[in-house]
Design a protein around this ligand. Structure first.
Ligand code: DGI
Ligand code: FE
Ligand code: FE
Ligand code: FE
Length: 189
């Protein structure tokens, strides 16, 4: 699907603030791709698509998960904000014509990360946290600086900040977040 068509459809399916965030992620991801020598067009497209499932009400997201055969874990039931990333590769494919496996991977792991992330996976995960519209989130200025100096350190910081934030709000940490943290705290990735 052409970028303009994707944008038009997204702007109809997401509330305005979410669409603005989406554009912020797309542009931030492409700037990171420029700095890191990654595929700029892919980064832009993945940024556009990362929250494509977020506009559906939670009930609808639950139904879509069962239609796509996504097994809901206890954490997903307790914290339904985890559903939109599990759904993202399917909605990106079926509503936005995405056939690119690297983009599918990046949108799927953008909330929890995963061990052994690709460069594009990391770019989307980080861009989601640091895009210019974000404010009042822990460690934001450090994450913004690290994004353009040490991408793995940046990733680790974001995961640690998120785990801290979830603990402070008594929210369950998804096992995938824990696995990602274990993997990246060992360094050298
Ligand atoms: O969709 P966005 O708001 O742009 O950002 P996101 O997809 O990265 O995160 C959505 C929410 O998911 C955010 O409030 C943080 C939360 N989250 C991230 N990791 C975990 C988590 N929630 C739980 N319960 N467990 C996690 O491990
Ligand atoms: Fe998201
Ligand atoms: Fe995120
Ligand atoms: Fe997002």
């Amino acid at each position: 699907m052409e970028l303009n068509e994707i944008k038009k459809k997204l702007s109809g399916n997401l509330k305005e603030s979410r669409y603005t965030h989406t554009l912020g992620v797309a542009y931030t991801a492409s700037a990171m791709a420029m700095a890191l020598g990654a595929d700029i067009q892919k980064a832009f497209r993945a940024g556009l698509l990362h929250d494509c499932a977020k506009g559906y009400p939670i009930e609808r997201q639950m139904k879509l998960c069962s239609q796509y055969g996504i097994i809901l874990t206890r954490e997903m039931k307790e914290s339904p904000q985890l559903l939109h990333s599990a759904l993202a590769p399917y909605i990106a494919r079926d509503c936005y014509g995405n056939e690119d496996a690297e983009i599918a991977s990046a949108v799927e792991c953008h909330t929890t990360g995963k061990p052994g992330m690709s460069l594009l996976d990391k770019i989307i995960f980080i861009a989601d946290y640091i895009e210019p519209g974000r404010k009042d989130i822990p460690g934001l200025s450090e994450a913004r600086r690290l994004a353009f100096s040490d991408i793995n350190q940046c990733l680790l910081k974001i995961i640690e900040n998120t785990m801290q934030y979830l603990k402070s709000r008594d929210q369950a940490i998804d096992p995938r977040t824990t696995e990602t943290h274990e993997y990246y705290k060992e360094g050298d990735h």
